[in-house]
Design a protein around this ligand. Structure first.
Ligand code: DGL
Length: 267
């Protein structure tokens, strides 16, 4: 971070409204820093991209944002992106980069039945990075993986058009129940940043589950990174969002951002 005292700005980058679940936790813990939410609507859904093409696309998007905005920390607020792009991004960018990856470790620590669910995009389920997390932290657990193709798009629709998708929420429960060991399932990792935004809808169909996501841990990591830096503290940081890609934000999305105190700006 540069030495002149200023209010730090954190880039919260995702393919869409998933950035809001992570940004909300950062804002809650650190209300006096600036947040720039970047929603790459043009590239959505990341969960369906081939890994190499996705890495190239995200690197290009983040470089452009860094040229246009003063940023102190980059948070890749997307599991589908982080599980693919982190090594290349860290090589190319001199700023601290915080990635959001599936919270397998806390889930394995908390599960009593040793049967945990992993709910993610198809891309995240397939990644080697995810397999390594399971091997390292949950080798004594049965992990029931569900790569939900329709879930992140349904969350986008909820935020852009205010349209509910009850069939999609229900289909997630059905996908878990296909596993013979589903009866013992006690913990599910929400391994896509879109999913915490519909936790109540999912919980209705999967009652009694301990839901785990990475939001709070990411906020704590950002706090640690800022801890030893001089910066303007107190007051309230700005929260701004930009939509990347051709489509202009719908009025519904604008209203939902405004309710969260987030101003929409051009990218
Ligand atoms: N929010 C992204 C994640 O955490 C996924 C949405 C997408 O498929 O673009 O994985």
């Amino acid at each position: 971070m540069n030495s002149v005292e200023h209010r730090p700005q954190v880039l919260v980058f995702d393919s869409g409204v998933g950035s809001l679940s992570i940004g909300a936790e950062i804002h809650h813990l650190l209300p006096d820093i600036d947040l720039l939410y970047a929603m790459d609507r043009g590239g959505f859904p990341y969960g369906m991209w081939q890994e190499d093409a996705l890495v190239e696309h995200i690197l290009q998007r983040i470089h452009t944002l860094l040229q246009r905005h003063r940023i102190d920390i980059v948070v890749v607020a997307c599991n589908s992106a982080s599980t693919a792009v982190l090594p290349s991004l860290r090589q190319q960018v001199s700023l601290p980069v915080v990635g959001v990856v599936p919270a397998i470790k806390p889930a394995a620590l908390q599960s009593k039945s040793r049967v945990i669910g992993l709910l993610a995009t198809p891309g995240t389920i397939k990644r080697r990075y995810t397999a390594e997390l399971i091997d390292t932290f949950a080798s004594d657990c049965t992990v029931l993986s569900v790569g939900a193709e329709a879930l992140a798009p349904a969350v986008e629709t909820l935020f852009w058009q205010d349209e509910d998708s009850p069939d999609v929420w229900q289909s997630v429960a059905a996908a878990f129940h296909q596993y013979p060991s589903a009866k013992a399932l006690d913990t599910i990792v929400l391994a896509c940043t879109h999913f915490p935004l519909v936790k109540p809808q999912l919980a209705k169909h999967l009652p009694g589950i301990n839901w785990i996501d990475s939001g709070e841990a990411i906020a704590r990591r950002v706090k640690d990174l800022l801890e030893n830096n001089r910066y303007i503290r107190g007051g309230r940081g700005r929260q701004r969002a930009c939509i990347l890609g051709a489509e202009a934000a719908s009025q519904t999305l604008r209203d939902k951002l405004a309710t969260r105190g987030i101003e929409l700006i051009a990218d």
